[in-house]
Design a binder for this molecule. Structure first.
Ligand SMILES: [Zn+2]
Length: 489
């Protein structure tokens, strides 16, 4: 079992285990594989290979041959891989201890350690993430980015069927803390999943990384309890407490309403990370002073403001007051219907800390639907949905489009069509009008690059569709009117 000893050596080299653990960990992996040891099993391997897959794939093949996997699907292989990698992971209490110790010296050292562990244990599947496409386009708002994410696996049909059956409803959602170390058929494999306990606004939260990593150190901060998303003073406090503790990270929240919110509204959670986004470079159109709080109106496809203050309590109060005024703001001419039985106005807030100044960038959202726009008046309009139909959530608001995996085949197909190598009929129907439009302005070379750029432009159009105040004279006046109303009441 040279692969087992090589895997154990990898874990030592990456600081996941210590030499004292070798026999114990080796035996734990052998137990999973139902293999018996030989004297060589415990010896340091001759191989100098350092790529995890080189050790893992043969072990997963062996597990399948021995009937330890239900089938040879990606899901089953991932599940067994998580069992193996879990043997190399610290217990949650050990991890917490190590994290806290580093945190007391330097918060960045603590997150660096935790992120490296998530990568080295292949909880974050770095090899799959390399396949993701990234592209950007220069616009009037700055350089906007988009990515086609292929790391998130297609939903297993068995998992969908299981989700509909009664007995599989616990844990209630993917963010619940019961997923730590969970190994359940037809649920995402989380045996090697770990979280860090945090206190925000004197409430218990857990900090973990997203296994799909849409950007650097993509973190999720989750309330201890399965309680629904709700925007309130508490939200701002929690976000600001987090950036106080981790000043090198940002943390933002999706709006707590459908259409303009994230995909999971049933469990209070936020997304953050060690990353810089196009919205951070947005140009300031106008600046207002409200007591000690500076309010900047940003040149951004969505209607966005940035609040800046040195005092956290003052900032929280101002944000709360502003959200209150925005919640009841009604402008029929612009289609901003604040209430039809339920409230429609919401915000997407994003917190950062710059030196001793707190920043909260706020995008104004509204989730009303109409006969003309049944998917949402301020949602991607039908003429832009061939690129992205899904919600414009927090990450998109910041200027990074998370585009669906289907584009990975559809965009190259369109480039081939433009090059005269493929017929129009080969392109999905919903994409054909756009492909014909591109035909009229196509360049003479770098066709694929051109198609990616144009796709990114359509993503920016989607963001503009989500702007409650349009980029017109009337829109600017109305936006200023809202700010004046806030400043004078
Ligand atoms: Zn939950």
């Amino acid at each position: 079992m040279e692969t087992v000893s090589a895997l154990v050596a990898y874990a030592i080299d990456h600081g996941m285990i210590e030499k004292t653990d070798v026999t114990y960990v080796t035996n734990a992996i052998l137990a999973l594989l139902k293999e018996n040891p030989t004297p060589e099993t415990y010896q340091k391997p001759k191989t100098t290979q350092r790529t995890l897959r080189v050790f893992l794939d043969p072990l997963l093949d062996l597990a399948f041959e021995k009937g330890l996997l239900e089938d040879n699907s990606v899901h089953e292989r991932d599940r067994f891989e998580a069992l193996i990698m879990d043997t190399l992971m610290p217990r949650p209490s050990e991890l917490q201890h190590e994290f806290n110790q580093r945190f007391s010296q330097d918060p960045k050292a603590a997150t660096d350690y935790f992120y490296a562990l998530a990568q080295n244990s292949n909880y974050i599947k770095t090899d799959r993430l390399k396949k993701n496409k990234h592209f950007s386009v220069k616009t009037a708002y700055g350089e906007m980015r988009a990515t086609i994410n292929l790391a998130k696996p297609e939903k297993d049909p068995k998992a969908i069927a299981a989700a509909q059956s009664e007995e599989e409803t616990f844990p209630p959602c993917l963010l619940c803390r019961e997923y730590v170390g969970l190994n359940m058929d037809h649920k995402p494999p989380r045996k090697n999943h770990r979280t860090i306990k945090l206190t925000l606004n004197e409430e218990p939260f857990y900090f973990q990384f997203s296994p799909y990593v849409y950007y650097n150190e993509h973190a999720i901060v989750i309330h201890q309890d399965h309680i629904p998303m709700k925007m309130s003073q508490k939200t701002y406090r929690r976000l600001l407490d987090f950036v106080d503790q981790f000043p090198h990270y940002f943390l933002g929240s999706n709006a707590g309403l459908p259409i303009v919110g994230g995909s999971i509204l049933s469990h209070e959670h936020y997304q953050g990370g060690h990353a810089h986004f196009p919205i951070d470079d947005a140009r300031v159109l106008e600046s207002y002073q409200y007591g000690s709080v500076t309010i900047e109106r940003l040149l951004w496809p969505l209607s966005a403001l940035r609040f800046k203050a040195k005092d956290k309590d003052i900032l929280v109060n101002v944000l709360d007051r502003f959200e209150h005024i925005w919640r009841t703001y009604h402008n029929e001419a612009l289609g901003i219907i604040s209430k039809t039985g339920v409230h429609h106005n919401a915000i997407t807030p994003i917190a950062r800390k710059d030196g001793d100044t707190y920043q909260m960038t706020v995008a104004l959202r509204n989730n009303v639907t109409s006969e003309k726009y049944p998917d949402g008046v301020f949602h991607t309009h039908p003429e832009h949905q061939h690129i992205k139909k899904e919600n414009i959530g927090l990450i998109e608001v910041m200027g990074l489009g998370i585009l669906p995996g289907r584009l990975d085949t559809e965009l190259p197909l369109i480039a081939q069509y433009l090059n005269g190598e493929e017929s129009l009929q080969k392109i999905p129907k919903s994409m054909q009008p756009w492909a014909m439009e591109l035909q009229d302005h196509k360049p003479t070379k770098n066709m694929l690059e051109y198609v990616y750029q144009e796709a990114a432009k359509i993503f920016v159009n989607s963001l503009e569709d989500a702007a409650v105040f349009p980029h017109t004279e009337v829109g600017h006046q109305a936006f200023n009117g809202l700010i004046q109303k806030f400043m004078t009441t």
